[in-house]
Design a protein around this ligand. Structure first.
Ligand code: CMC
Length: 427
């Protein structure tokens, strides 16, 4: 017999079907609830609401598990590349060597962007944040590449075009934001090496590719590639549900990612660690501020809606800090502060009670700094990494037979009907 849930409302019992996922998690299906009861459910921030069924990513927040298409994140970080992981997320299975070679060829073919795009964005104000430029550029792709997505083949070309061009556009947004000459993609470099070269090569100084950094960048982007129904992915699905083109939906995802509670947290972590340094390096200063109810300050890079234990991505990122810094024979004083802050937070009663463990953003900024990535580019780095996730979630949503226009309801709390008062009679 199928499991059901019962709700008693105004003395009447309603029986609701229960959906069970492949890992045993349960959801009460409330699709007919409004129609049958006249009542809606209330869940700000959607902490108890499932918006879709998805076969892409599995997370267990209590146990600290993250898997893409069933494969543990630890295995992908150790053995895969970002391009292979992107294929896995979008197509549902790892590519064979022929498929992988084909993608590499296509990524090279699509790596250039229309020269007019460069001219268009050169007039952006110099101090613009690269996330603002990137979001606008991705939305503009629809105008520069207006081909319609009709067949499986054109759809797949659009995904590869996005993956390749977003990397070029991201590096371009950085060069433009600095007023520097844009560096073109090169056919003889891998995806990650190409990005580093477009960021750091210049007409006056040749950039030497460091394979350790290329590997670190692969891992960084694999760790960010998908995270089920997070804020930016939900934005992509919600905006996509109105049947806008994919570029507009992804551009909305980039805008959603920008904020400090989501993809902008990596940038905010560095500012927090710098502030701790300015305040004499006392990590308890930050913990006490976070605990003070009258202070809006939060420990950036700590806490997560789903993880109630250590974020598995943060564990890998923490190890990467040591590897990257030792490979570069570099030290970063902020790493020392970060370690002390983590140690103090894990012992602090408030942080323990609120499940405040480091999340992926806590150590990622230190890895990016070691690579030479400027702080304003940190959310952009997150965005390039999350792109395969957004694409696969968008694709899954348009193929979903249960998919409908996203349109939440509300509980109205404003005034009941009042009559219009003519201007001369208003106080
Ligand atoms: N510092 C201090 N207190 C916190 C923090 C924090 N980082 N995070 C949550 N809390 C407290 C919050 O004050 C509240 O306390 P109380 O119940 O006593 O009033 C309680 O924990 C629940 O807070 P919430 O905002 O309802 O929890 P949430 O599940 O919505 O928060 C979060 C998730 C990520 C927005 C939050 O933990 C946060 O603001 N963290 C800092 C920003 C950050 O690191 N974001 C990156 C997240 S990982 C990357 C990604 O996937 O986006």
């Amino acid at each position: 017999m199928k499991e059901t849930a019962k709700i008693i409302l105004d003395g009447k019992t309603y029986e609701l079907p229960v959906i069970i996922g492949s890992e045993g998690e349960k959801a009460v299906d409330i699709r007919k609830f409004k129609q049958e009861t006249g009542c809606i459910t209330y869940d700000p921030g959607f902490g108890s609401t499932g918006s879709c069924k998805s076969s892409i990513t599995f997370m267990d927040g209590e146990k600290g598990i993250l898997r893409y298409r069933g494969i543990p994140i630890e295995q992908l970080a150790e053995k895969s590349t970002f391009v292979e992981t992107a294929y896995l997320l979008i197509n549902g299975a790892l590519p064979n060597s022929h498929e992988l070679n084909q993608i590499r060829v296509h990524l090279n073919d699509y790596s250039m962007v229309h020269e007019d795009m460069q001219d268009f964005f050169k007039n952006y104000p110099r101090a613009s944040h690269p996330m603002g430029i990137l979001s606008a550029m991705v939305n503009a792709l629809r105008s520069f590449y207006p081909e319609l997505l009709t067949t499986e083949e054109t759809l797949s070309a659009t995904f590869l075009r996005l993956l390749s061009k977003v990397r070029t556009l991201a590096a371009m947004s950085y060069k433009i934001s600095r007023g520097h000459k844009v560096i073109y993609p090169r056919q003889n470099y891998t995806y990650c090496a190409n990005f580093l070269n477009m960021m750091f090569d210049s007409p006056v100084r040749h950039y030497e590719i460091n394979e350790d950094l290329v590997r670190a960048l692969n891992i960084f982007w694999i760790l960010h590639a998908d995270h089920e129904q997070n804020c930016s992915t939900a934005a992509v699905r919600v905006v996509g549900s109105g049947q806008v083109n994919i570029y507009a939906a992804i551009s909305a995802g980039i805008a959603a990612l920008w904020g400090p509670l989501h993809g902008g947290a990596n940038q905010a972590v560095i500012h927090m660690l710098e502030n701790i340094t300015t305040n004499g390096g006392d990590v308890n200063w930050a913990i006490n501020k976070a605990k003070d109810r009258n202070d809006p300050f939060r420990l950036m890079g700590f806490g997560h809606r789903v993880y109630k234990t250590y974020d598995p991505r943060a564990k890998i990122m923490k190890k990467m800090c040591d590897v990257v810094l030792s490979n570069l024979t570099k030290a970063d004083p902020l790493l020392d502060i970060a370690r002390k802050l983590e140690e103090a937070a894990l012992k602090d009663d408030y942080c323990v009670d609120h499940n405040l463990y480091p999340n992926v953003d806590f150590y990622s900024g230190i890895v990016l700094r070691a690579m030479g990535i400027p702080t304003t580019m940190f959310p952009v780095m997150f965005a390039i990494g999350r792109l395969p996730g957004w694409i696969s979630q968008w694709k899954e949503s348009i193929d979903d037979p249960d998919w409908r226009l996203s349109r939440p309801r509300q509980v109205y709390t404003g005034p009941t009907k009042i009559d219009y008062i003519p201007l001369e009679k208003r106080k």
